[in-house]
Write a protein that binds this ligand. Structure first.
Ligand code: ADP
Length: 219
């Protein structure tokens, strides 16, 4: 299955992509995680990317497209993938379509998770992320068993720099200006499903599975 999960920051893309990837046994490809891995390497490019991310702006397409192209070449991505956070603007969507078309492939579905702005800020300000495995928690809604420690791998939980409130507002603006137009784009292609992101992760997951039921079944 080749699937895109889109939606505003904090809508739950990462959480849902992780669950669906496990269900279908295909990789979750999260552009934000790929970028954060480069930033950790502390290279010139990494420092540049970190600047955009810290301001809540999009990292230039050329850089993101290169990271995605490298990731697509890996063996585990050959049987399908769940894209999380990519594409984020029309140029990226068009580059993705072209790449898939070249390989004789296409996207089966684009699931857009919707969430009102006030919920976005509430969710993101409590979000904690594992430095080691990128698993996500929420200090109120989804706390780890031991504060500050990842249940899955024992890694350290931290608050992403771009999860500070001012930056979240900018990320919402960027989403509205750059990413939201993709809903029309994929709507016209007839592969868009919009899913309400309010509620517990399991509830949202059920809605997504219902939206995907005509497309694919988990392995
Ligand atoms: P969220 O979806 O919660 O905003 P992500 O981890 O997907 O979190 O993205 C964090 C930041 O990484 C974005 O604000 C942006 O700076 C950068 N980023 C992630 N994906 C892309 C992309 N496809 N194109 C450009 N920048 C990106």
């Amino acid at each position: 299955m080749r699937l895109v999960l889109t939606g505003p920051p904090g809508a739950g893309k990462g959480t849902q992509a992780q669950a669906l990837a496990a269900m279908w046994r295909i990789p979750q490809i999260a552009s934000g995680d790929l970028l954060r891995a480069v930033v950790r390497e502390d290279s010139e490019l990494g420092r540049e990317a970190a600047g955009y991310m810290g301001r809540g702006q999009l990292v230039p397409d050329e850089f993101v497209l290169k990271l995605i192209a490298d990731r697509f070449r890996k063996k585990d991505a050959q049987g399908g993938f769940i894209l999380d956070g990519f594409p984020r603007n029309l140029a990226q969507a068009e580059a993705l379509a072209k790449r898939l078309e070249h390989a004789g492939l296409k996207l089966e579905k684009v699931v857009a998770i919707t969430l009102p702005d006030e919920k976005i800020v509430k969710r993101i300000s409590g979000r904690r992320t594992c430095r080691k495995c990128s698993a996500m928690y929420h200090i109120l809604f989804e706390p780890p068993a031991k504060p500050g420690v990842c249940d899955k791998c024992g890694g350290e939980l931290y608050q992403r720099e771009d999860d500070a409130e001012g930056t979240v507002r900018e990320r919402i603006n960027v989403y509205d200006a750059m990413t939201r137009p993709l809903l029309d784009y994929y709507g016209r292609l007839g592969i868009l499903a919009q899913v309400d992101g309010i509620g517990r992760p399991e509830e949202v997951e059920k809605r997504i599975l219902a939206a995907l039921s005509g497309v694919a079944k988990p392995k």
